[in-house]
Design a protein around this ligand. Structure first.
Ligand code: LLP
Length: 445
């Protein structure tokens, strides 16, 4: 017990089941991480299944204690695979699919289609067809062109599709510029400014095969402050009042997107889900009362805050070198092919050696990936206890937007993904093989 407390102080972003076991090695959900690396190979994404479930339950409970009319929609872009869709269905969440591919994955998992929300700012006719054919519950319309196209396809299929409009509220959430999505200068959605969103309401109400049930806004990701959510609720309530007055629009569903931050390092302190729910439910209720409209069903779309801290990545250390007078490099057998976040957003990760997580650090080193780019650095400054080739190095909190942004740069097969629970491990995504890398390719004739 004492040991696990020490661990959680040392490495806050690891799953809560993490501890140092009797052999002095890192253990997650009862599984020794060095043994997992040996059995399943590296790089390896490891998810603590119970941690994911607990985080889903925290969302469901936080909202259900405050509202009887709510929906928690897992944003599968954070991590999409058949197993996680099954898990979300079992926990009673709905699902946000950001593309035909994520939709197909959810359908393959037999995720109930009526609980799927299809998103996307550039959906193709094929993606919209798939959504209609599979009878997804809601499609979140991002543009006038998409609205017209969807109306046409739905009419052809004789279906009336429930839709939401994605609104860009012009709120600046304090996060990295690339993951800020609700500000005015955005490729996403209908702006509140200049009546663009109001015109979209009028058009959607006219569209014969669309049933406009609500609106959606997503203001950004890795957000630590609740204030932007309250501001969004206020702005959207004003908008809904105008939409009611001008176009007789009754909003039955208000989806405030995802965005709650995860813990990547000791300085990260996102508000607990309970406080997010409190802020959202109370501000939506108060703002709707202010504009004298009935409170709609409330939806949120968390991705990162459900899976980031449930996941970690195990690599093998390949080389260790010192550039005299400059710095040390510890190079591992993965990198920007399995975690693009340090390179794209300057994201900072914590690293440890799974075989001796509590050993005194002896060096500070950059953790380098194996790719042909100087920028392929996973961690700029990690304090490690005498790393040597063959050590299993873990980066914590890689559960969101790690595997989902993985790629095959330099012909690197994508890693395997396992779920661990009660001392057992199950592969949920197999490791790609070299054959997989070339199996879609044809020889020149
Ligand atoms: N809903 C919508 C419409 C979204 O665009 C997003 C994320 C979410 C929900 C989920 O947000 P979350 O709860 O995960 O913050 N690749 C970036 C993150 C991009 C997020 C895009 N949208 C990263 O690795 O930080």
């Amino acid at each position: 017990m004492l040991v696990s407390v020490t661990m959680s102080l040392l490495i806050p972003p690891l799953p809560r089941s993490s501890k140092v076991n009797a052999t002095g090695r890192l253990e997650v959900a009862g599984c020794d991480v060095v043994e997992l690396a040996t059995e399943f190979g590296t790089p390896l994404f490891i998810y603590d299944e119970q941690e994911i479930r607990d985080r889903c339950r925290a969302y469901m409970e936080a909202f259900s204690t405050r509202s009887s009319n709510f929906e928690v929609i897992y944003a599968s872009k954070a991590f999409s695979c058949i197993a996680i869709c099954q898990l979300m269905a079992a926990e009673g969440l709905s699902l946000d699919a950001a593309s035909g591919g994520e939709l197909y994955t959810a359908l393959t998992a037999w995720f109930p289609p009526e609980k799927i929300f299809l998103h996307g700012n550039a959906n193709t006719a094929g993606e919209l067809e798939l959504a209609l054919r599979s009878e997804v519950g809601h499609i979140v319309i991002d543009s006038m062109d998409e609205m017209m196209e969807l109306d046409r396809i739905a009419a052809r299929r004789g279906r009336r599709q429930q839709v939401l409009l994605r609104i860009t509220p012009g709120i600046e959430a304090h996060t990295h510029d690339f993951i800020q999505t609700g500000k005015l200068d955005s490729k996403f959605g209908f702006a509140l400014a200049e009546g663009v969103a109001l015109d979209a309401v009028a058009a959607a109400k006219k569209a014969g095969s669309l049933d406009l049930v609500g609106i959606h806004a997503h203001i950004g990701s890795q957000i630590f402050s609740l204030e932007p959510y309250r501001q969004t609720a206020a702005r959207l309530a004003d908008f809904l009042a105008a939409a009611r007055e001008k176009h007789g629009f009754d909003c039955r569903l208000l989806d405030l997107g995802g965005g709650l931050g995860a813990v990547y390092g000791p300085d990260d302190d996102p508000p607990p889900v309970d406080r997010l729910a409190e802020a959202i439910v109370s501000s939506v209720e108060a703002e709707m009362a202010r504009v004298e409209l009935p409170p709609p069903r409330i939806a949120v779309e968390p991705g990162r805050s459900i899976v980031a801290n449930a996941g970690l990545t195990a690599y093998e250390v390949e080389t260790v070198k010192t550039v005299a007078g400059l710095r040390n490099f510890v190079a591992v057998n993965g990198g920007m092919s399995d975690n693009l976040r340090p390179m794209l957003y300057g994201a900072v990760y914590q690293a440890l050696i799974a075989g001796r997580p509590l050993a005194e650090p002896t060096i500070t080193a950059a953790i380098a990936g194996k790719h042909c780019e100087s920028g392929d650095i996973l961690v700029n400054e990690a304090s490690l206890p005498g790393p040597v080739p063959g050590d299993i190095l873990v980066t914590a909190a890689t559960g969101a937007y790690g595997y989902s942004m993985a790629n095959n740069y330099n012909g690197q097969p994508r890693p395997a993904v396992i779920f661990v629970k009660d001392g057992n491990a199950q592969v949920v995504i197999k490791r790609e093989s070299y054959e997989d890398l070339v199996h879609l390719q044809e020889k020149l004739e």
